[in-house]
Write a protein that binds this ligand. Structure first.
Ligand SMILES: *Cc1c(COP(=O)(O)O)cnc(C)c1O
Length: 229
């Protein structure tokens, strides 16, 4: 087995253990392998170990890697970083999902391009639950209006919410971010009578805690592929 394969098995086991501990079904939690900065060969190794969802945050890098990996048919790309308007076409061409939606300008642009090619795009709305000014995402109080406005862009299919928690060694501070995302989700569900099922929260350092707090998608890079340069 490759080194990457071993790490994937290890992380899968940790996800399963965290689910059992939380009384949840491990099938509720999707593993998104974050392959930004990693070569296409690394994606291949992860694919060989059963990963099918891959996260990228730079569109040029996604374009290059996707071209190198075009022989892998059933792999899905998820965009997890800020999308500049001039790169919206790459999302429409290649991504199965956009987790970092936080702009109506971008939503309008994507919707128009999606309509032109006759497809829809699953989206998660990114919420800034840490309050850090450097993080993208909507303030929790802005999500209600934002998601109402999204109804004007029917080619975008809202699946849920995404957040990056505070990078803190204090679990209570990290958990407060996850709980905030759950609270926003519950509000949207009440308003809409359901939906918003996907909660993308948890990275290498905090995915076990995120699962305990209801995560349905963990975005994991360094725990699978080693530290980034
Ligand atoms: C890089 C990145 C991750 C993965 O981070 P690790 O700590 O390496 O697991 C997850 N989510 C987003 C949005 C990222 O940009």
């Amino acid at each position: 087995m490759t080194e990457v394969g071993g790490r994937i098995d290890h992380v899968r086991a940790e996800i399963a253990a965290a689910c059992v501990e939380a009384g949840r079904d491990p099938r509720e939690v999707r593993l998104l392998a974050v392959t930004k900065t990693r070569p296409a060969q690394t994606v291949r190794e992860a694919y060989a170990s059963g990963c099918r969802w891959f996260g990228e945050n730079r569109l040029q890098e996604l374009r290059d890697k996707s071209a190198e990996l075009s022989d892998l048919g059933d792999l899905s790309w998820s965009v997890i970083g800020h999308v500049q308007r001039n790169k919206a076409a790459v999302v429409v061409d290649l991504a199965a999902e956009l987790q970092s939606l936080d702009s109506l300008d971008l939503a309008a642009d994507l919707d128009r391009r999606l309509e032109a090619v006759g497809r829809t795009l699953d989206v998660l709305v990114q919420v800034n639950t840490s309050g850090e000014a450097t993080k993208s995402g909507l303030a929790p109080g802005d999500v209600d209006d934002f998601t109402l406005a999204l109804r004007g862009y029917p080619r975008l299919v809202p699946r849920g919410l995404m957040t990056i928690a505070l990078p803190s060694t204090d679990d209570r501070e990290v958990a407060a971010c996850f709980d905030e995302l759950v609270a926003v989700r519950d509000r949207l569900r009440d308003r809409d009578g359901g939906g918003w099922d996907d909660l993308s929260m948890g990275m290498s350092g905090d995915f076990r805690l995120a699962i305990a707090h209801g995560s349905t998608c963990v975005r994991i890079g360094s725990a699978l592929f080693g530290p980034r340069d």
